[in-house]
Design a protein around this ligand. Structure first.
Ligand code: TCH
Length: 324
């Protein structure tokens, strides 16, 4: 499972949790403007916007999971198993493979508005990156500081939904996730008085009872509701530290602890990393399952006119500051 979210204070923040049982060899990767992407169906993507995000690099190619470009546009891919449907190439269309989608959009578009235009002629195709590498079944959240959308390529075709909550998890399709929020419209951040029955004396015995009914389990539908509630009600100061801190708290509400989601003998899904990118500044903050300290990579410290990828292995192991 995975969860992605956006958050706006003075700047705009975009990030995700990546929940899985194995790592593909995640690295923070900066792709400068003159790195050349050879597109599978012909042509090249060069002189594009620079981008930063989490990826695994295979054959010197950044296979991004989530990234933000220098203009402040962000995308994250989240599992959409059983519903994602990619097509065969169609003449006259921009035939883009699933693994090219992030660089294709971030390389060419400065805003969601521009991405909407580019997507009009795009056909997502099912070519794997390598013959023995399975094609990831994903859907995507695409956001800038003005608006957020969800992109799904389904059996019946491509859907682009407005995403007014600025969050995404996994199944079911996004329109069902949004509809499901109706079931929770009674949730409140304030305590409520007794509306159950005036003939019964029922009292608030705890703080936080306005949120009674907020689902606490790890299913993707429950995480969608939980992170939507937390994000929509989130408050923080607007300094960088306060904003980043609050962002990690938002995604902390859907963190997955080892042991709670069993997939097989000794196999558990955990939150491998959580990211938070300041899209205005191009700084990618992250922490990992075994290192809660926030680390960061600033894309503007790299030569963005370059041609070669910059890669940063995540800093692992808890960094504990002893006080005595
Ligand atoms: C596993 C990741 C998604 C995590 C997630 O959503 N888990 C939910 C589990 S569940 O369904 O809800 O059970 C996805 C997100 C991005 C994916 C990667 C990117 O798409 C880039 C390439 C794409 C290639 O097709 C496969 C390898 C790969 C390197 C992908 C591996 C894996 O599928 C990733 C890392």
């Amino acid at each position: 499972m995975c969860t992605a979210a956006t958050y706006k204070t003075k700047d705009f923040y975009f990030g995700r949790t990546l929940d899985y049982e194995i790592s593909y060899g995640d690295q923070v990767v900066i792709t400068p403007r003159n790195y050349v992407f050879d597109l599978r169906e012909g042509g090249q993507l060069k002189n594009h916007y620079a981008m930063i995000g989490m990826a695994c690099v295979m054959e010197n190619y950044p296979l991004y999971y989530d990234a933000v470009n220098e203009k402040g546009l962000g995308i994250a891919g989240l599992n959409f198993v059983g519903n994602a449907s990619y097509k065969k190439p169609v003449e006259g269309k921009d035939n883009i493979t699933q693994f090219e989608l992030i660089p294709w959009i971030l390389g060419k578009c400065a805003t969601v508005k521009e991405a909407r235009q580019l997507l009009k002629n795009m056909n997502l195709i099912d070519t794997p990156f390598l013959p023995d590498l399975p094609v990831a079944q994903l859907h995507w959240i695409i956001a800038d500081k003005e608006e957020c959308i969800t992109l799904e390529s389904l059996e019946e075709g491509m859907k682009i939904y407005d995403n007014p909550v600025g969050v995404l998890t996994n199944n079911p399709p996004f329109n069902y996730q949004m509809f499901n929020l109706n079931n929770y419209m009674q949730l409140a951040v304030e305590n409520r008085s007794n509306t159950f029955s005036e003939n019964l004396e029922l009292n608030q015995y705890s703080r936080g009872m306005g949120g009674m009914g907020l689902p606490g389990d790890l299913s993707s539908q429950s995480r969608f509701v939980r992170v939507a509630f937390v994000k929509m009600n989130s408050l923080s100061g607007d300094s960088e530290e306060e904003s980043v801190s609050q962002f990690f708290h938002i995604l902390g509400s859907v963190d997955q602890q080892r042991g709670c989601c069993k997939l097989g003998e000794d196999k558990y899904e955990i939150t491998l990393y959580t990211s938070c990118c300041n899209t205005d500044k191009g700084i990618y903050y992250y922490n990992t399952y075994d290192n809660h300290q926030i680390s960061a990579v600033d894309m503007h410290k790299a030569d963005l006119e370059g041609e070669k990828l910059y890669t940063y292995a995540p800093i692992k192991g808890e960094q504990i500051r002893m006080q005595n």
